[in-house]
Design a protein around this ligand. Structure first.
Ligand code: 15L
Length: 267
């Protein structure tokens, strides 16, 4: 595998996806700078180092990004939380990441989420340039991140690959994930292509494997030369009937996140 010529910072390294990326890219010999507010629970790969940092500490983020060519931004709050809990890591923290990218002329690979469009109905197929319909404060913070990517490209030429991740787990867990699942192996290939592609501008890509039931269609994957190799389809016999008893969760693409604190008339 081709190696990045400059160090690659990975935020959120101690989270589930961060650990997978650290392991797989570390095995390939990538020059990684791993960071997280939580300790890194695994052995640090040979060509990597781990630096604990809080995304809210702008000086620490600038320091650990020194010399970086790419920032894989997987840090921050990754599920629905109250506004005040999302604000620091996902809004101020994201600003620190983009300021570091601007200073280093680095590319950002941003772990966005399907929750930026969660309130679209499951029956509506979406292209990447569809309207934002965030399904909570978490999804809203990711939409802010996607717009931050636009701002920093238009104003400063900072390139971003926005990964609108569906459900990235070892295996799909329910009927919804037959549409939204992204395998770990497809994620690693996606991040690899996003890092190594020549020129990307701002590219937005649905982070889902090749699932026949997908809600998502056109995106910018050709820009980075990525195609998923895995699929949730083989899990359909086991999972097709695994649905919740909440009509709001079942109606919208964001699933259970849509139903959290939902006070609109359901009638
Ligand atoms: C996400 O953005 C979350 O980080 C993850 O925990 C899943 O809930 C996923 O979305 C999903 O929509 O399944």
């Amino acid at each position: 595998m081709q190696l990045p010529s400059r160090p690659v910072v990975l935020t959120g390294a101690s989270g589930a996806l961060g650990r997978e990326l650290a392991r797989r890219l570390g095995e390939a010999g990538w020059p990684l700078v791993l960071t997280d507010i939580a300790p890194f629970p695994d052995p640090v790969p040979a060509a990597a180092r781990f630096i604990a940092a809080d995304l809210e500490d702008g000086v620490a983020i600038l320091r650990l990004c020194e010399g970086a060519g790419t920032i894989l931004h997987f840090g921050g709050v990754s599920v629905e939380r109250p506004f005040e809990a999302v604000l620091g890591p996902n809004i101020r923290g994201l600003y620190h990441i983009y300021e570091a990218a601007r200073r280093e002329r680095a590319r950002v690979v941003f772990a966005s989420s399907n929750h930026v469009i969660g309130f679209h109905e499951r029956t509506t197929p979406l292209d990447a340039e569809c309207a934002y319909r965030p399904d909570g404060y978490y999804g809203l913070s990711k939409a802010y991140g996607e717009l931050m990517a636009r701002l920093y490209f238009d104003k400063h030429g900072v390139e971003s690959v926005i990964l609108r991740i569906g459900s990235c787990f070892p295996e799909p867990r329910d009927a919804r994930m037959l549409a939204t699942w992204l395998s770990y192996a497809d994620l690693v290939r996606l991040v690899t292509c996003a890092t190594l592609a020549e020129r990307v501008g701002v590219a937005t890509i649905w982070g889902a494997s090749a699932n026949a039931r997908s809600f998502w269609r056109r995106d910018d994957r050709a820009v980075i030369g990525w195609e998923p190799k895995d699929s949730a389809d083989a899990f359909a016999p086991a999972l097709a009937a695994k649905v919740s008893d909440d009509p709001v969760a079942e109606r919208f693409q964001g699933g259970a996140f849509c139903a959290i604190d939902y006070t609109r008339d359901r009638g």
